[in-house]
Design a protein around this ligand. Structure first.
Ligand code: PGA
Length: 258
């Protein structure tokens, strides 16, 4: 089955009103011919600004996190319902920087996935191994275990229905390092993640779910990833802040020739 590929930019904690304005205007103009879905995941204070800048364009909006809670005494958190009010479609969940610096556990991440789905957001669930994990356990053991735990925590396993989720395979050693995984490495893990989705959620959901690769994606290597059968897009950090790079990544079909 063909599904539209997804290129999602993760701005991380970068941006300013002036810089966002220039970046998003140029992106909206520069990706008119993108044949894939393109989204930018922006810091929460800029959601309203970027929502307005994206209005009427195909550029979609994402957040970088979502609270597992509905509302109430959770200082500093942003709920799925609040994100929804700003036209947010995607919420990154479990980025390795949140796992690492904020101690987020698979169990918490499962609840974030559930909160996102409940409010009609599409969670982009990030999984990936560190260099140490890779050495000790091989390439797919940790990402597969993280996926299993998050889906179980979200209460999705063996439930009826077809949750709209995106899984991003982001090897921690490749993030921001300039040392991307090879397309073969990404494909190998993506295939295992899809097998796991099929086992836990059924073949139809596994088929429909987009699995992204993330970690030092650039205009120069995007085509190699996009040629792989189990890689349905990319989560792009640093390169998403550079309009020429990001627009070129979003137009990867030109390089792949599909
Ligand atoms: P990078 O980050 O593209 O800068 O490696 C990817 C990510 O953290 O999502």
């Amino acid at each position: 089955m063909t599904k539209k590929k997804l290129i999602a930019g993760n701005w991380k904690m970068n941006g300013s009103l002036a810089a966002n304005d220039a970046l998003v205007r140029a992106l909206v103009a520069g990706m008119k011919d993108a044949a894939c879905t393109v989204a930018v995941c922006v810091p929460a204070p800029y959601l309203a600004q970027v929502q307005a800048l994206c209005a009427g364009s195909a550029l979609e909006l994402g957040a970088q996190d979502v609270s597992p809670h509905e509302q109430g005494a959770y200082t500093g958190e942003v709920s799925a319902a609040m994100l929804k009010e700003f036209g947010v479609r995607y919420a990154i969940v479990g980025h390795s920087e949140r796992r690492q610096y904020h101690g987020e556990t698979d169990e918490q991440l499962g609840r974030k996935v559930a909160a996102a789905i409940k409010h009609g957001l599409v969670p982009i669930l990030c999984v990936g191994e560190t260099a140490d994990d890779l050495e000790k356990h091989g390439p797919s053991a940790v990402p597969v275990a993280q996926l299993r735990a998050a889906l179980a925590g979200a209460g999705l396993v063996d439930k009826k229905g077809t949750p709209d989720i995106v899984v991003a395979y982001e090897p921690v050693w490749a993030i921001g390092s300039g040392q991307a995984a090879t397309a073969e490495q990404a494909e190998q893990v993506a295939a295992k993640l899809r097998e796991t989705l099929a086992e836990l959620l059924g073949a139809d959901v596994a088929d429909a779910t987009r699995i992204l690769y993330g970690g030092s994606v650039k205009s120069g290597n995007i085509a190699s990833f996009m040629r792989e059968p189990n890689v349905d897009g990319a989560l792009v950090g640093g390169a998403s802040l550079d309009v020429t790079e990001f627009a070129s990544i979003a137009r990867f079909q030109k390089h792949v020739g599909t």
